[in-house]
Design a protein around this ligand. Structure first.
Ligand code: NAD
Length: 326
């Protein structure tokens, strides 16, 4: 099978490619298990350090139609479309967000329609499509009301993918991902960046700022669980998706205070005390508009899974990225 991964050099893209290489095979549209012969790792920055003959690294701008013409050919069996700019960046730069998060997706889908190859397609949507008056637990058919440009762009992609799938142009599935925690490395421009920062930075001996109230409830998923679900989403057949192509992922519902308590239990007071509360109204407005809990009934029926214990999520991070300078 030939696989295309966009956003390949990103947090999830790289992990996904590593997991696909390890797995070695995927289910094709006809339901047959096929070995993975090629993964095109596409991003605007190069994916470095993956030395495997099955990986072809391609760099370019996903919003450039000429790039898409060479990238998307009839022999691409499956696409994992992850390339995006994150929430605060899309809020700060409207044109950039529209170009990368929405127009590029539309152009990619159009390219597929014109080729007529109907590949499998897995896309990462977001809980940011919801907002406004929210119940304590959001049900699958809750009306979408994004309160940010990022959420609006993701919602538009979801609608488009559902229609392109209905018409048989693509065999799509859009997974509404919770906030993925703990992200390694440095803070990024996601409004939810602090959710990783308040764990990662204190573990590494640094102060971290929490910009939202302690009772803010978040819907989270670990990186390992996210990859399991992205691959599970691919493996489902079109027949299993009869109730819809856009799926709210299961997750772990937890308040910021409970996250800090879990850090305290895992790493002690000295580490947890490195978190400083410093309200940031812009972050609070965006993150506060996102739901903190979902029923995710459809996803569970389809066999998607969630983390159960935030202490385990912290443990996974520590095992993978042993703390420095504690
Ligand atoms: N990480 C999360 O908490 C989370 C939650 C919900 C949804 N998502 C979605 O999952 C996907 C992956 O998220 P991530 O955390 O890995 O993000 P990331 O920022 O680490 O990766 C996104 C990648 O897209 C690439 N990209 C940006 N502009 C591009 C362009 N013009 N052309 C080609 N590539 C470009 C970036 O270089 C980056 O490597 C995104 O669609 C994101 O919106 C992530």
């Amino acid at each position: 099978m030939n696989i295309l991964v966009t956003g390949a050099a990103g947090f999830l893209g790289r992990r996904l490619i590593e997991a696909l290489l390890l797995r070695g095979a995927l289910t094709d549209r006809q339901g047959a298990t096929q070995s993975i012969s090629k993964i095109v790792a596409f991003d605007v920055v190069p994916l470095n350090g993956l030395d495997d003959p099955r990986v072809e690294v391609v760099c370019g701008d996903i919003a450039d139609p000429q790039v898409l013409e060479t990238l998307v050919t009839a022999d691409v069996d499956s696409i994992f479309h992850l390339a995006a700019v994150v929430s605060s960046q899309a809020e700060q730069d409207f044109e950039l967000g529209m170009r990368i998060n929405f127009i590029a997706t539309q152009q990619l889908l159009e390219r597929i329609r014109k080729i007529g190859s109907c590949p499998k397609w897995v896309m990462t949507s977001s809980v940011a499509v919801f907002g406004g008056q929210l119940p304590a637990q959001v049900e699958d058919h809750h009306v979408w009301a994004p309160q940010s440009s990022y959420g609006t762009q993701k919602a538009m992609n979801d609608l488009l993918l559902a229609d392109y799938s209905r018409r048989g142009f693509v065999d799509g599935r859009s997974l509404r991902m919770p906030t993925i925690v703990v992200r390694p490395g440095k803070p990024n421009l996601a409004a939810s960046s602090f959710a990783s920062g308040i764990i990662r930075e204190p573990l590494n001996g640094q102060e971290s700022v929490c910009p939202v109230p302690l009772d803010t409830r978040l819907w989270l998923m670990s990186p390992a669980q996210a990859i399991v679900n992205l691959i599970h989403g691919h493996e489902l057949s079109a027949a299993q998706l009869a109730q819809g192509r856009v799926i709210n992922m299961p997750g772990l519902s937890i308040t910021v205070e409970q996250m800090i308590d879990a850090l305290r239990r895992t790493a002690g007071d000295e580490v947890a005390n490195r978190i400083r509360l410093e309200p940031n109204p812009a972050i609070e407005r965006i993150v506060g508009s996102w739901p903190g809990s979902f029923t995710a009934a459809y996803a569970q029926q389809l066999g998607f899974t969630a983390d159960h214990d935030f202490t385990d999520v912290i443990g996974q991070f520590i095992a993978e990225y042993p703390p420095q300078g504690r």
